[in-house]
Design a protein around this ligand. Structure first.
Ligand code: UDP
Ligand code: MG
Length: 160
């Protein structure tokens, strides 16, 4: 068991998933959280949070020069968001697949955006786009002590 566990530990990633204010206002928190939970990823952090403008700007700093940036910041700060850390092998890319394309009209049915949204400017959920950004964003949105390292009892039933 041990060499196998050590090898797979290498690939364990962290991703930052956020239910945006529209997802909270529309009562979709349970539905969205449940999709990651049922898939088999491990929740490491969870909170309802009113995001200050500065944090939204830092989170989306790569998009600063885009014309939609001011509206994006207004959107993200327009009400509480649900901040989540999820952990697992391949979780970053897999979560992006579960979320679907940025424009919900292009998102496949079965994805969160494909099933639950119609417009890019109200696409209900965020997911980190790389393992490095996963770490960066979890560090940005969570304080030390807000994250839990724990062993899920279902683990041997998810991974052979
Ligand atoms: N966004 C927008 N208009 C656009 C492109 C993006 O309002 O033309 C918003 C949208 O909420 C999107 C976020 O900016 O989710 C971040 O954009 P990105 O390209 O990183 O998309 P994502 O990674 O969220 O799919
Ligand atoms: Mg992005």
């Amino acid at each position: 068991f041990l060499p196998h566990l050590v090898a797979s530990m290498e690939e364990v990633e962290q991703t930052y998933i956020m239910i945006k204010p529209d997802g909270v206002q529309r009562g979709l928190v349970g539905e969205i959280l449940s999709r990651f939970e049922k898939k088999g990823f491990k929740l490491t952090g969870l909170k309802l949070f009113q995001c200050p403008k500065e944090l939204a700007e830092e989170h989306y700093k790569d998009l600063q020069s885009k014309p939609f940036f001011p509206k994006l910041i207004d959107y993200i700060t327009s009400g509480p968001v649900v901040c989540m850390g999820w952990e697992g092998v391949g979780v970053v890319a897999s979560a992006r697949k579960l979320i679907g394309a940025t424009n919900p009209l292009n998102a496949e049915p079965g994805t969160i955006r494909g099933d639950l949204a119609v417009q890019t400017g109200r696409n209900v959920v965020h997911g980190s786009d790389s393992p490095d950004n996963g770490k960066r964003e979890i560090g940005l949105w969570f304080k030390e002590g807000e994250l839990c390292a724990w062993t899920a009892v279902q683990e041997p039933w998810l991974v052979e």
